[in-house]
Design a protein around this ligand. Sequence first.
Ligand code: ATP
Ligand code: MG
Length: 280
Amino acid sequence: MKSLRDLLVAPSGTKLTDRDPEASPLAPGSKDKTLRGLAKDGAELAALQECLYAEGKGGGTRSVLLVLQGMDASGKDGVVKHVIGQVNPAGVRLTSFGKPTKSELAHDFLWRINRALPPAGYLGIFNRSHYEDVLVVKVHKWAPAREITRRYRAINEWEAGLVTSGTTVVKCLLHMSPEQQRRRLEARLDDPTKHWKWNTDDLDERLLWPDYMAAYQAALDKCSTDVAPWFVVPSDRKWYRNWAIGRLLLETMREMKPQWPDPGLDVPALKARLESDGVR
Ligand code: ATP
Ligand code: MG
C-alpha cells in the first residue's frame, strides 16, 4: 500500500494549483472514523517518541523537526493542540516564530532558527519557520530579490546539514482555500471566545493571497529537496489535516525505528541490593 508520504510529497515541479485543499487521500473514513484513526495513531506516535527520547538520553543523536507553514487560520495551532498534544510534552520543543525582534534582525535569518533546534531525542515543532523569510518577506519586498534567491540556497544547505547530523525534517504546507479562510475568520468573529485570536492585519494579508501562493510555489520549487521534501497537506477539513500530519509523523518515526538504549545494567546484582538494603 502507498504511504501517505508518497501521496502528499511535493517534489520540485509540483504545482500547488494541482493540489485540492479539500481532498482527503488515504483517510480512514469520514470525520468520526478519521478522528478515531488520529487517536490510534497518536498512541503509537507517543510510544515511538518515548523511545526516541530514551535513545537520545542513551547517547543517540537523532531527532525530528516538524515545520508547519500555512496562511492565517490554516490550523498550525490546531495541529500543535490535536496532534502534538498526544505525545509527552517533556520530549517536545515547540517554537512559534513571529516578527523578528531587533536583535534577531541584527543576525542572519537562520540565527534564531538554529537556536530553536530540537536537542537529540526530541520532537521539534516550528510553528512558522525560516520559510517566513522567503514568504512574508518576499511578498512585502522587505528584502531585495537577490537576497531572497540567496536564502533558498542557504535554506537547502542548512537543511541538508541538519539531516546529515541526524535530524529528520518534515515540512508541511497547510494548504487551504481562500474561501475556507474566509469561513474561519468569520467564525472567529462570531465567537467571543475566539476574539482573542483576531488580528485585523490578517485581512490585509488576505488581499495578497495570489502573491502568497506565488511565494509558496517558489518555496516548493526551490526548497523541496530529496533530503528535506515538502508535503502539501489538504487543510480545508480540520479532521483530515490533523490526521494527515499525525500520520506523516508516524510514518517518519516508524521508519526511523528508534532503539531503547541498553545501559548494561547488572539486573540480578541490583535486585539483590534492593532486597537486602533493609529499608522497609
Ligand atoms: P495565528 O494563525 O493564530 O494568527 P500566527 O502564526 O499568525 O498565528 P501571529 O503572532 O499572529 O501568529 O503572527 C506572526 C507573524 O509574524 C506573521 O504575520 C508572520 O508572517 C510574521 N513573521 C514570522 N516570521 C517572520 C519573519 N522572518 N519576518 C517577518 N515577519 C515574520
Ligand atoms: Mg496571525
